[in-house]
Design a protein around this ligand. Structure first.
Ligand SMILES: [Zn+2]
Length: 399
């Protein structure tokens, strides 16, 4: 396929990322990497096509709004230990492999939640983009956490005697967003156990204001009623995980501009890898059920949900985890267009990618073709046939 000039594509079905239903027999025109036309013309004869995807469903390239590119989803303890300690020179290839896995699954952009050494930030700032279609990477660099609390693997505490806001303000790293850890992990030992917030409300609020002044957003790792309530009161832009946040917080979320990134598939990952019949597997499964119920409520309330997987945690693999999370949205009652919107437009909004995540005139031609129609969804997410990022073909498996 040409990379310049105009080309014409026909798609059997289009789910455009905006929750506007499923269109049939759509004609697209792409010019200089952007969509110029996208509609269903009356009559069958559309003239010559550059690409006939009549038997495929076209969706925007997927966006994973929560990954950790420095870790694999493997449960192999030796590999995980190695990845946690390897120097950047070795980790570069690991990060590249994870991005290849994302591309192979039709993921066009990822939002990284940080690593203790800042490897992903270094990778992002030094990788040669060249002339090929690359997955967009936004990263928090290193997250912020409270000394002595959870988050050692992804971040560091402010300096001694330093407030969070000061630490954020004097940090000169060229990060895309700020990640703050404001609770513990979701417990796999005690069902529904909640932890205290890591930072006082005023300290968190001051930090969010500094970040907003820098025209960036705050993603906050947070579980439990009080830590989520406080994170929303502080003005954080996205609630990451939000296990056991409760109905009041879901209502607050719906009334706010904030997004929720439920990362429900992490519990499926844990359940699979904890010994079958073990207490941890049982709790992971119950956590998942509880999260699915919260997702059901979020849908009814109109909370803006973005698909994020926490890829890199045990059992959550880069790329394929996105379809696991989409399946869970469908299980929680989301329609196909709604679930696709969470994995495309909402992710783009969260990442500040204004011309990505939607199939409509003026947007970048970042398109993923899945075999078969809506009845084949979400199974067909496992076998994408054609993928384009910003008008450049990433793969073509049609023949
Ligand atoms: Zn994470």
């Amino acid at each position: 396929m040409k990379t310049d000039g105009v080309h014409t594509i026909k798609a059997g079905w289009v789910v455009d990322g905006r929750d506007s239903g499923i269109q049939e027999d759509v004609l697209l025109e792409i010019e200089q990497g952007r969509i110029r036309r996208c509609d269903a013309p009356p009559g069958a004869d559309n003239g010559p096509l550059d690409l006939d995807l009549s038997d495929c469903m076209l969706i925007p390239g997927l966006i994973d709004s929560h990954v950790h590119l420095f870790m694999s989803g493997t449960a192999d303890a030796a590999v995980r230990e190695w990845q946690l300690n390897a120097p950047y020179a070795r980790m570069q290839a690991v990060i590249e492999t994870h991005l290849k896995q994302q591309r192979a699954c039709g993921v066009a952009a990822v939002r990284d939640g940080g690593d203790y050494a800042g490897h992903v930030l270094r990778f992002q700032q030094t990788r040669p983009i060249g002339n090929h279609a690359a997955v967009t990477v936004h990263t928090a660099g290193r997250a912020w956490r409270c000394a002595g609390r959870y988050g050692r693997l992804i971040g560091r505490p402010p300096g001694k005697g330093q407030h969070l806001a000061q630490a954020v303000k004097v940090n000169r790293e060229r990060i895309d967003h700020v990640k703050i850890v404001n609770s513990g992990l979701n417990s796999l030992k005690t069902y529904g156990k909640e932890t205290a917030p890591q930072f006082p409300l005023e300290e968190l609020r001051a930090a969010v204001q500094v970040v907003a002044y820098q025209k960036k957003r705050v993603m906050v790792h947070v579980n439990g009623r009080e830590p989520v309530r406080q994170s929303l009161a502080a003005g954080c832009h996205s609630i990451e995980h939000g296990f056991f946040m409760g109905a009041d917080n879901l209502r607050r979320l719906a009334a706010s501009q904030a997004f929720w990134v439920p990362t429900a598939c992490t519990m499926g990952g844990y359940a699979k890898h904890a010994g079958p019949g073990s207490r941890e597997a049982d709790i992971a499964r119950r956590n998942l059920d509880h999260q699915l119920e919260q997702m059901r409520q979020a849908r009814a309330l109109g909370v803006k949900v973005a698909v994020g997987t926490d890829a890199g945690t045990i059992g959550v693999h880069h790329g394929r985890a996105v379809r696991e999370e989409i399946k869970l949205l469908l299980e929680a009652g989301y329609s196909i267009p709604e679930a696709v919107q969470c994995a495309t437009q909402h992710g783009a909004m969260l990442m500040g990618l204004s011309r990505t995540g939607v199939i409509a005139p003026g947007y970048w031609a970042t398109l993923l073709a899945l075999p078969g129609g809506p009845q084949a969804f979400p199974a067909n997410l496992a076998t994408p046939v054609w993928f384009m990022i910003d008008g450049r073909t990433v793969f073509d498996h049609r023949f």
